[in-house]
Design a protein around this ligand. Structure first.
Ligand code: FAD
Ligand code: MG
Length: 657
C-alpha cells in the first residue's frame, strides 16, 4: 500500500523530479569545482576532504602528501592578537593621554569650577558644597573664575519652580535644596486619591527643570540658616542618616511651603492629610482597602457603615474636591465593580467651621456647591468645629447650640488650613526682635525680602511668606482730604470710586474683597444719604484693612511671587550697585485671576472675581483646560491626556497597592 502511494506520488512528481535531478547534477559539478579551488587555497582543509572521501576511495586518485600541521601558526596568530590588544591598547592610550595632558594642561581651579569641591568650615565646621566668600572660609579661589552669583532655593514646589522658570543661566549658579526631588502639581492631587489621575502624572523631576540652568539639586531638608555668614545648614534625608552640610549663598529664596494646621485638636494621628504624593497614595490605598473589606461576607453591618463613611474636616477647596472625586468614583465605578455594596451605604460628610463651604470664594459659588452636594447626598455640616478625633469616629460641636455629635469614619481627611513648617517657626524666632510679628508665616516687605535679614539677600515666597497689613485707618483724614474734590467733607460715589481704585492699585488683593464698588458704597452708606461721612469712610477702611490680610495660601500666589522674585534678581544682577535704579524697581502686586474648584458630576465652580461666577455645562472642561495649560512640561500634559482618556474609556484603576 505504502509502495503504491509512493510510486503514484513519484509518477505524479516526475517532471519536477527530472528537473531537480538535472539541477542537482549541475550544482554538484559546480560544488566540485569550487571545492577544488578551495582546497588549493586552504591546504589545511585537504585532510578533512580526503577523509570524507574514503568511502569513494576506490574511485578516487591517491591522496596527496599530508600538509604541515596548522596548530603552530594558529596559536601564533592568537597569541599575537592577545599581545597586541593587551599591551598595544594601553600603550597607545597612555601615549594619547600624555599628549593630551601636555597640550591641554588642566589646573585645579578649572576643575573646581566644573565640579563643586567639598571643603569643611563655617561656625559648626561642617562640609560645604562649594566655595564660601567672606571671613568664614578663605576659599574664594574656588569660586573666583565664576562670576555668577550663588542662588540657593529652598523647596521644589510652586514658588521655587516659578523662580527657576525666570532665571538667566549666565547670571546664577543655582542650587535647589528640597526633601522632594520633584515638583508636585497640587491642584490636581485630589483627583489622584481615587485613581482618576495617576500619581506620576502630577510630578516633574526638579533636576529636569534645573537642566536649562545647569543647576544643582541637593536632596535634604534645610534645618537652619546662618544669615550673617550666608550659609544654609542642610540635613540629608533617606540613606544619609541626617548628616549635615552647609550650602553657601549670595542670594537665598525660602519657598518651603506650609504644614497642615492642627488647631490643637486631639487624635489627628487617626486622620489622613492631603499635602504630598505619599498622602494621596495612602488615601487611595485606604479607600480601596475599605471598599474591599466592606465587600467581604464576614464584615458586620456596623463595620460596613463605619468603613464606608468618609469624613472631611474642612470645607475649603481641597476638602470639597476630595468629596467631589469620591462622589464621581461612587457613581461611575462603584456600581460596576463592587456589586456587593449598594451606593446608598456610602456616606460622605464635610464638617466646616465657617458658615459656608468654599468660604473664600464668591457666596454664589458656595451656595451653588452646597445645593449640588445636597442633591448628591453629601452631608455638609457648617458652623461646627471638630473637637476630637477617635480611632474610628470624629466628635464635633455645633458652634451655635454647643451640642456635640459623633460620626463614625473609615477614612477621615484633615484639611483645615495651613501653618508654619518647623524651619519657618525657628527662623521667625531667630530674626531680630520686633522684625517678625506674624504667627503664621515669615513677614516680607513688598519686594518679598525677609524683614530683619541683611538687605537684598534673603527672599521668602509662597505659603511660608506673608506681607504685613497696611494701616489705612491711620490715614483716614488724609484719604478724605485728598479725594474730596468739592470740599464738603463727604465722599460722593464718584469720589469714593477714585479712592477705592487708588487703594486697589496699591493692594491688588482688595480687588477680590471689594468686588463691585457700587455695592460696597451702598453697604457703607449706612444712612443712605448718597455720600460717605468720616465715620462711614473709617468703617470702610477698617474692613479694607482686614481684607488686605495675608494673601491666600494658593499656588496662584506662590507662582506670581516666584516669577516676581526671579525677574527681580535677574534685573538686580546688572544694577545692584546703583541704589537709584534699585529703588525704582516695582513692588509685588498680586493679580487675582480667579478661583477654581471641581465639585463632581462634571461640574466645576469658577470664580472669576467681582461677582462673576460660572458653573454647570462645560465648566469641567474649562477647569481641565486651565490646569492643562498651567502644567510645567509637555511630558505631564501628555500624561494627563492619557489619564483622562483612560478613565473615559476604561474607568478608574481600582487596584490597591
Ligand atoms: P509648596 O508647593 O508646598 O512647596 C514647598 C516645597 O518645600 C516642597 O517641595 C517641600 O518638599 C519643600 N520643603 C519643605 N520643607 C523644607 C525644608 N526644610 N527645606 C527645604 N525644602 C523644604 N492652590 C491653588 O491655587 N489652586 C488649587 O486648586 C489648589 N489646590 C490644592 C490642593 C491640595 C491638595 C493642596 C495640598 C494644595 C492646593 N493648593 C491650591 C495650594 C497650593 O498647593 C499651595 O499654595 C502652593 O503649593 C504653595 O507653594 P509653595 O511653593 O509655597 O509651597
Ligand atoms: Mg464730597
Amino acid at each position: 500500500m505504502l509502495r503504491l502511494i509512493r510510486t503514484q506520488g513519484q509518477q505524479h512528481l516526475r517532471p519536477f523530479a527530472r528537473l531537480t535531478t538535472a539541477s542537482f547534477q549541475r550544482s554538484l559539478q559546480n560544488g566540485q569545482r569550487h571545492h577544488r579551488q578551495y582546497q588549493s587555497r586552504f591546504p589545511a582543509l585537504r585532510n578533512f576532504a580526503s577523509s570524507s572521501k574514503t568511502n569513494q576511495a576506490s574511485a578516487s586518485p591517491p591522496p596527496p602528501p599530508p600538509p604541515p600541521k596548522p596548530t603552530k601558526s594558529r596559536l601564533f596568530r592568537v597569541g599575537r592578537a592577545i599581545i597586541l590588544t593587551g599591551v598595544g591598547v594601553p600603550v597607545v592610550g597612555s601615549l594619547a593621554w600624555v599628549i593630551y595632558d601636555t597640550l591641554f594642561e588642566t589646573h585645579g581651579d578649572i576643575l573646581h569650577q566644573k565640579r563643586p569641591r567639598h571643603v569643611v568650615g563655617g561656625p559648626k565646621n561642617l562640609v560645604m558644597t562649594h566655595g564660601c566668600k567672606g571671613s568664614v572660609l578663605k576659599a574664594e579661589e574656588i569660586h573666583q573664575n565664576d562670576t555668577r552669583q550663588r542662588l540657593v532655593i529652598l523647596g521644589s514646589g510652586w514658588g521655587a519652580v516659578s523662580v527657576i522658570s525666570q532665571l538667566d543661566p549666565k547670571k546664577f549658579h543655582v542650587t535647589v535644596v528640597s526633601p522632594t526631588n520633584y515638583f508636585l502639581f497640587t491642584p490636581l492631587l485630589p483627583s489622584a486619591t481615587v485613581g482618576t489621575l495617576e500619581l506620576r502624572s502630577l510630578i516633574e523631576p526638579v533636576r529636569r527643570l534645573l537642566s536649562r540652568l545647569g543647576g544643582y539639586y541637593l536632596e535634604g531638608r534645610a534645618d537652619d540658616i546662618d544669615f550673617e555668614n550666608q550659609l544654609v545648614e542642610v540635613a540629608g534625608i533617606n540613606g544619609s542618616d541626617g548628616r549635615k552640610f552647609y550650602v553657601p549663598y549670595d542670594k537665598l529664596v525660602i519657598a518651603v511651603g506650609s504644614e497642615s494646621m492642627t488647631h490643637g485638636v486631639e487624635g489627628l494621628e487617626h486622620c489622613n492629610f492631603l499635602k504630598s504624593i505619599t498622602d494621596a497614595r495612602d488615601i487611595r490605598k485606604k479607600v480601596m482597602e475599605n471598599f474591599e473589606m466592606a465587600s467581604l461576607p464576614t464584615t458586620t453591618d456596623e463595620e460596613r457603615r463605619q468603613l464606608l463613611s468618609f469624613v472631611i474636616c474642612g470645607g475649603g477647596p481641597t476638602g470639597v474636591e476630595f468629596a467631589a472625586e469620591l462622589y464621581d468614583f461612587l457613581n461611575e465605578d462603584l456600581v460596576g465593580y463592587f456589586p456587593a455594596i449598594p451606593p446608598e451605604e456610602v456616606q460622605v460628610n464635610i464638617i466646616q467651621s465657617a458658615g459656608h463651604i468654599l468660604n473664600t470664594y464668591d457666596l454664589k459659588i458656595s451656595e451653588m456647591t452646597e445645593a449640588k452636594f445636597k442633591r448628591d447626598n453629601i452631608n455638609v455640616v457648617t458652623n461646627s468645629r471638630v473637637v476630637k478625633v477617635n480611632p474610628t469616629s470624629v466628635v464635633y460641636k455645633d458652634k451655635s447650640t454647643g451640642k456635640q455629635e459623633e460620626v463614625p469614619f473609615g477614612v477621615c481627611l484633615w484639611s483645615t488650613g495651613v501653618g508654619m513648617t518647623p524651619l519657618v517657626k525657628s527662623l521667625v524666632q531667630k530674626l531680630p526682635a520686633g522684625s517678625q510679628q506674624n504667627k503664621h508665616a515669615i513677614e516680607t516687605d513688598r519686594y518679598m525680602r525677609v524683614i530683619g535679614t541683611p538687605e537684598g539677600t534673603v527672599y521668602a515666597i509662597g505659603d511660608c511668606a506673608t506681607i504685613p497689613q497696611p494701616h489705612f485707618v491711620d490715614q483716614v483724614m488724609q484719604y478724605l482730604q485728598e479725594n474730596d474734590t468739592n470740599g464738603d467733607n463727604l465722599l460722593s460715589y464718584e469720589e469714593f470710586q477714585v479712592l477705592a481704585n487708588k487703594i486697589i492699585a496699591k493692594h491688588n488683593v482688595l480687588k477680590v474683597f471689594l468686588g463691585r464698588l457700587d455695592k460696597v458704597f451702598e453697604q457703607y452708606d449706612k444712612d443712605h444719604s448718597g455720600t460717605l461721612d468720616l465715620d462711614e469712610i473709617r468703617a470702610f477702611l477698617i474692613d479694607a484693612e482686614k481684607g488686605c490680610t495675608a494673601l491666600p495660601a494658593t499656588a496662584q500666589v506662590a507662582n506670581q511671587q516666584g516669577k516676581f522674585v526671579g525677574k527681580r534678581i535677574n534685573t538686580l544682577h546688572a544694577i545692584e550697585n546703583d541704589p537709584v535704579a534699585v529703588a525704582a524697581l516695582p513692588q509685588f502686586n498680586y493679580k487675582h485671576l480667579g478661583s477654581l474648584a471641581y465639585i463632581g458630576g462634571g461640574d466645576a465652580a469658577l470664580d472669576m472675581g467681582q461677582g462673576r461666577v460660572y458653573g454647570g455645562i462645560g465648566s469641567e472642561y474649562m477647569w481641565r483646560s486651565v490646569y492643562f495649560s498651567e502644567q510645567v512640561s509637555i511630558r505631564t500634559r501628555l500624561l494627563l491626556l492619557v489619564d483622562w482618556s483612560k478613565r473615559a474609556l476604561f474607568g478608574r484603576d481600582i487596584s490597591k497597592f
